[in-house]
Design a protein around this ligand. Structure first.
Ligand code: XMP
Length: 534
């Protein structure tokens, strides 16, 4: 899951505008570093995550952080060559907050001691609050016993000069430590995860109470700045933007249209692999509601012919990617050429995670977007959502006037229904799948569960089973229902529907969708499964 930074890997570009307070998060490879950023952003403060080994003094100073957070990580500071924060972080006169491994490296780098393997603590633990501290102000009182989430094998055994203990736990006598003069704070537990119920409030105390941030990161402010930035970048150039019907590309397009008006042309390619009614929805929204120039190309014949006889999932993905580029290239010529390609790239795609296992990560699936197009057509990229998380994009969408129902839509993959029909794709199977998917989502909405689910869809299996319908024998397809909860699509759990709900959906699909006579529910998490089946 984690990508390995290499010498040649470009460091993510800093995009925040200078007037915002900024927090810098140095990543030591924890699985939950992104959650630190989420919590900081939720507190109204702009932040960026940088791999610890790509942050030198000059770069950090140029970023002007109002505070630095050191993340957790899988290494042990007691081991040779384990990661360290740049020492300058502790000499810049800015507050520093160490979390788990971040606490341990802070202690070690400032002259304290950390020891390995004393008392491992994983999961829920309790902290006894022994002292007052700015970090705990208004959240935890002296004498309280508070629930936290721990995940550590090493622990601090001696504090550096100037530090005092503020809270202890059974396995971590230095669970919360503070050096108030220097504004250095550190905790052994993870305040960023929901299992530390007051963790977000503690992080807010750090960003606001300790660092003095003002909470100036709002989507209204972002919108204005992004519009100015787009105008500056694009000038009088022409921009094309591929629409998928998804939230990210729609929000990017509407934002771009506010910035540059008719210099933007949107392109929507109907691949024939869309869900029921999807193409009409996109066209109505863009042409009728926003009056944004839109080319709507029905390329379904090309895609379905191109996919005929293809069963291999990677082959499907690659063919779709290639055909998409061909259509896009042809259409953009119709606009008279373009200078820029707009994409709805989000911050999680930009962050480079740190991996200590080495080696490039394997390709699980070739994701399809319009990759390859910019080089082929010599287009520059405009990526106005590069610094946002998914829920911030949704908030921006609402800020731009998109209907809340639209911005809450579940993600839908670029290759569409093609990767929800294992085996060969035929128009008949697509039709069956569309109908079953419509029933399933209707029931989810009726049950008020849509917003609690990250993504829900039907997969049409290349398997037929025998059934009895009325007095007759049936021999029809089997489908699998999929529904998962997730925060970013990287990991996921199956959604725990009750059996009555599942029974209702199964009955409706079998009664209403000709071609399906058996319904199953997929209870695989990710990992080891993936969300989509191909
Ligand atoms: P997986 O199946 O890899 O999916 O667990 C994780 C998330 O990514 C979506 N997905 C895609 N999105 N192009 C996309 O734009 C793709 O090729 C693609 N493949 C998977 C998937 O729906 C889920 O939200």
């Amino acid at each position: 899951m984690a990508a390995t930074p290499s010498e040649s890997t470009p460091v993510p570009v800093t995009i925040a505008l200078p007037q915002h307070d900024r927090i810098l998060i140095l990543d030591f490879g924890s699985q939950v570093t992104q959650l630190i950023a989420r919590r900081v952003r939720e507190s109204g403060v702009y932040c960026e995550i940088w791999p610890f080994n790509q942050a030198d003094e000059a770069r950090i100073k140029a970023f002007h952080p109002k505070g630095v957070i050191l993340s957790g990580g899988p290494a042990s500071v007691t081991e040779n060559k384990s990661p360290r924060a740049p020492q300058s972080v502790f000499e810049m006169n800015v507050p520093v907050f160490g979390i788990c491994y971040g606490q341990q490296t802070m202690v070690e780098q400032l002259g304290g001691k950390v020891e390995a393997g004393h008392a491992r603590e994983f999961g829920r633990a309790y902290v006894e609050v022994t002292e007052h501290s700015t970090l705990l102000n208004g959240v935890w009182d002296k004498g309280a016993r508070e629930q936290v989430w721990m995940s550590h094998g090493d622990r601090v055994t001696q504090l550096p000069a100037g530090f005092r203990v503020v809270g202890t736990s059974e396995g971590a006598p230095y669970a919360v430590i503070a050096n108030d003069d220097k504004k250095f704070y550190a905790v052994q537990f993870h305040p960023e995860v929901v299992h530390t119920p007051h963790g977000a409030a503690l992080l807010k105390n750090f960003t606001h109470g300790v660092c003095g941030c003002h909470g100036d990161w709002t989507m209204a402010a972002f919108k204005e700045e992004a519009i100015n930035k787009i105008r500056k970048q694009v000038g009088k150039g022409k921009v094309i933007c591929g629409l998928s019907g998804g939230v990210d590309s729609t929000v990017a397009a509407v934002l771009l249209h506010e910035a540059i008006g008719d210099q933007l042309t949107c392109i929507y390619v109907d691949t024939g692999l869309m869900r029921a009614g999807e193409s009409d929805q996109v066209v109505n929204l863009f042409r009728d509601h926003y009056n944004i120039p839109l080319i709507h190309e029905d390329a379904s014949e090309k895609f379905l012919n191109g996919l005929e006889g293809i069963s291999d999932p990677e082959m499907k993905r690659k063919l779709i990617g290639t055909m998409f580029i061909e259509v896009f290239e042809m259409l953009s010529k119709r606009v008279g050429g373009a200078d820029y390609l707009a994409q709805g790239t989000l911050y999680p795609d930009v962050i480079e995670s740190v991996s200590f296992t080495g080696g490039p990560s394997v390709t699980i699936k070739s994701h399809h977007n319009v990759g390859g197009l910019p080089e082929r057509m010599n287009l520059k990229l405009v990526e106005p959502l590069r610094e946002l998380f998914k829920d911030e994009v949704r908030a921006l969408g609402v800020e731009l006037g998109l209907h809340p129902d639209f911005v809450k839509r579940h993600p839908f993959p670029g290759p569409g229904l093609a990767i929800r029909i294992p085996g060969e794709i035929t128009p008949e199977k697509l039709e069956i799948l569309r109908k079953a998917d419509t029933v399933y989502l209707e029931e989810i909405r009726n049950a008020g569960l849509y917003d609690a689910i990250w993504q829900a869809f039907v997969v049409l299996l290349p398997v037929r089973s025998v059934g009895v319908m009325g007095d007759g024998r049936s021999y029809d397809y089997v489908c699998a229902l999929r529904a998962v909860t997730s925060t970013d699509g990287m990991t996921a759990d199956f959604f725990p529907f009750d059996h009555e709900f599942l029974g209702r959906v199964a009955t409706r699909i079998i009664n209403e969708v000709r071609g399906i006579n058996r319904v199953t529910y997929d209870i695989t998490s990710k990992p080891p499964g993936t969300i989509e089946w191909e």
